[in-house]
Structures are given as structure tokens and as C-alpha cells.
Design a protein around this ligand. Structure first.
Ligand code: ZN
Length: 357
């Protein structure tokens, strides 16, 4: 492969030496709008839309009186579903910087609110390095033209976001993701994933995948990547904290060489609005990571918050992009991970994943 940016990390402000990055979160959002598609069209979120409403009105602002309900199920409030406030997000990214953070990977898919100029503006203002993703989310959110495209045309489109960039002046993607899948995988999603794997191979970028909610989904996604000519070792499976529960399933997935991403840190409730899942809390996430470290898989572990709605940010009572640095790193240390091990998970693994091959 070895293109002009081989050995570099591509940020929204241009290519950098990987050594310039420190603590990096691999899966966050600055601007995401789940209402880009109407509620009726969102089959994958239909359950969340109907359950747990009670006295909550869709149009109500987020407040202390509805905070617990909306934290359990952000789909109850319109305001929570739209993370579209540049000032609030910029302040939250600054908090991450102040806590010692260095780099954020913004993986909002095209058509769900991805906002390249905003990413650039936040990077310039806060000094945080921002890596932009290029991807399409689950089928319900595919822009209509995707249905008319072939696998190779999808590959071309995603690769061009890195090779040529988007907008004027052009901003280049530095990762392919998050590619959205439901379970069972929709044929259109399978096509996009295969196109993404081809784009991964062509560009040397890492590929980040949001798997469907089923124990079989992560392995199926990795196999699809490999079958399309992609590299499982340059592939991240996101949201494992709501997808795999038994260590045997983690170890089976780890054998493929993919990155294992725990990216729902900060979500500390057993209730998961989108499926019947007993969610782990942060302590259980760290315990799982320690099991993987003890089994020899430390170099595959990544962590993040997947901030995807307003009430994940401090201005709305949430934990913010700085939660891992402020609260989870001390927890990792108390549970026995060394400084060097924490550094591998927060800095060295993301650096390797983001370095273009
Ligand atoms: Zn996400």
C-alpha cells in the first residue's frame, strides 16, 4: 500500500506524526442527530421510542425532573436525541483537554449529522487533535443513494473522503467508521461493510464497526471484512460492552486479531433502552478489560464513551468526554492495572490503530 500519508495520523487539521498524540478516545460524537430520520422510519429504534414514557412529553426540555427517565432512555426526549450545540460540545472537548486528553476520534456517519467544519473549528479552538470518520450508519439511516450504489462505488466514496477529502477547503477522514450494522445484518449494510473493507485495504486506514446486538454479530462482521479483502487486525469492533458478556466470547473474537472496543464508559445503568440487555457498569467493564489483559490481549483493547446525546455532557448533568480520565483511569489503577498498562490502552493502542499503513 504505502501511500503519501503512510506512517502518519490524518487529523482534520492535516497529517501528524503519531508521537504527537497522547490519550485518545476512539469513539465519540461532536454533532449527531438521531432525528435525521423520522421516528416511524427507525425500525431499529422502535422499541426505545415506545417504552418507558410515562409522564414525559417528547417536546419537554431536559430538566432535573425528567433527568433520570431520559438518562435511562434518551429516546424519550427530542432534545436529548439531538447533540447539535457547538458551544456546549466545544466546552466539553476543552474539559477533556484540561483533564489531560490529547485526541478524539469523531465517528459520526454521513447523514446522521457528521459536521467536518465543526470538527476543524473545535480542533483549532481547543488544541485537541480530531480524527474524522467516514461511514454510513445502520440501514434506517442510509442516505437514499446508497441503495443504488454497488459495493465498489461505496468503497470509492469512502476512500475519496480520505484521498481527496470533503468540502472546500477539503477536510480528510482519518478512519473508516462507524459502519452501522443491525442483526441480522441487512443486505444493504453487508454491501456497505464490504465496500468499507475494500476502502480500508486501499487507503491503509483503520475500520471501525458498530455491530448488531447479538453475540454472533462481532465475529460475523470480522469475517465479512476478511472475506472482502480487508484486514481484521486493522478493524475495531465497537460497543462490545453491550454485545458480548462471557469472557469466552471475547477470547474467541480476540483470536481474529481485531481491536476490542469498550466504548460505553459512563453509562452506568443496567437498563439498555434498545434491547433486553443487562448493561455492565464501569467497574465491570474494567474487570472485563483486566481479564483480557491477563489473557494476553492488552494490545487489542480500546476505550471511549460514545457520547451521543446532550445529557452525556456536563452542561446537561452528564459525565463528559473527560470521564475516563477523571474517573475510570483511577478505577483501573485501583483494580490493579499499572501506569504502563493504562498508557498502552489509552495512548499506544489508539496511536497504532490510527497510524496509516
Ligand atoms: Zn457511536
Amino acid at each position: 500500500m504505502s501511500g503519501p500519508y503512510s506512517g502518519k495520523i490524518m487529523t482534520v487539521l492535516g497529517p501528524i506524526d503519531p508521537k504527537e498524540t497522547g490519550v485518545t478516545h476512539m469513539h465519540e460524537h461532536f454533532n449527531i442527530d438521531f432525528l435525521a430520520v423520522s421516528g416511524d422510519a427507525q425500525k431499529s429504534h422502535a422499541k426505545a421510542f415506545v417504552e418507558g414514557g410515562g409522564t414525559i412529553n417528547w417536546e419537554d426540555p431536559i430538566s432535573l425532573s425528567n433527568y433520570y427517565a431520559v438518562r435511562r432512555n434518551p429516546f424519550l426526549l427530542k432534545e436529548a436525541m439531538q447533540l447539535v450545540d457547538p458551544a456546549v460540545v466545544t466546552a466539553a472537548v476543552q474539559e477533556f483537554r484540561d483533564a489531560g486528553g490529547s485526541c478524539i476520534v469523531e465517528v459520526t456517519p454521513i447523514g446522521v449529522g457528521r459536521n467536518p467544519p465543526l470538527m476543524k473549528q473545535i480542533a483549532a479552538k481547543t488544541g485537541v487533535k480530531v480524527v474524522m470518520g467516514t461511514a454510513f450508519y445502520v440501514r434506517d439511516y442510509h442516505p437514499p443513494e446508497i441503495a443504488r450504489m454497488s459495493e465498489d462505488e461505496v468503497a470509492e466514496l469512502l476512500a475519496a473522503d480520505f484521498e481527496k477529502g470533503t468540502g472546500d477547503p477539503a477536510i480528510r477522514a482519518g478512519i473508516i467508521g462507524e459502519i452501522g450494522l443491525v442483526w441480522p445484518v441487512h443486505p444493504e449494510e453487508r454491501k456497505v461493510l464490504r465496500g468499507a473493507a475494500k476502502a480500508q485495504r486501499r487507503t491503509g486506514l483503520c475500520l471501525s464497526i458498530h455491530p448488531g446486538r447479538d453475540v454472533a454479530a462481532p465475529l460475523d462482521a470480522v469475517r465479512t471484512v476478511a472475506d472482502a479483502g480487508g484486514d481484521p487486525r486493522r478493524t475495531i469492533i465497537c460497543h462490545l460492552d453491550r454485545t458480548l458478556f462471557d469472557i469466552e466470547d471475547y477470547l474467541e473474537l480476540a483470536k481474529t486479531g481485531c481491536y476490542l472496543e469498550f466504548d460505553l464508559f459512563g453509562l452506568e445503568m443496567c437498563h439498555y433502552p434498545l434491547a433486553e440487555i443487562d448493561m455492565p457498569n464501569d467497574a465491570i467493564r474494567v474487570d472485563k478489560i483486566i481479564e483480557l489483559v491477563n489473557a494476553g490481549h492488552i494490545d487489542q483493547v480500546l476505550v471511549s464513551h460514545d457520547v451521543d446525546s446532550k445529557m452525556r455532557l456536563r452542561a446537561y448533568g452528564g459525565e463528559g468526554y473527560h470521564h475516563i480520565l477523571r474517573n475510570v483511569v483511577p478505577l483501573m489503577r485501583r483494580k490493579g492495572l499499572s501506569e504502563a498498562q493504562v498508557n498502552r490502552i489509552l495512548t499506544e493502542n489508539p496511536r497504532r490503530a490510527l497510524t496509516i499503513v
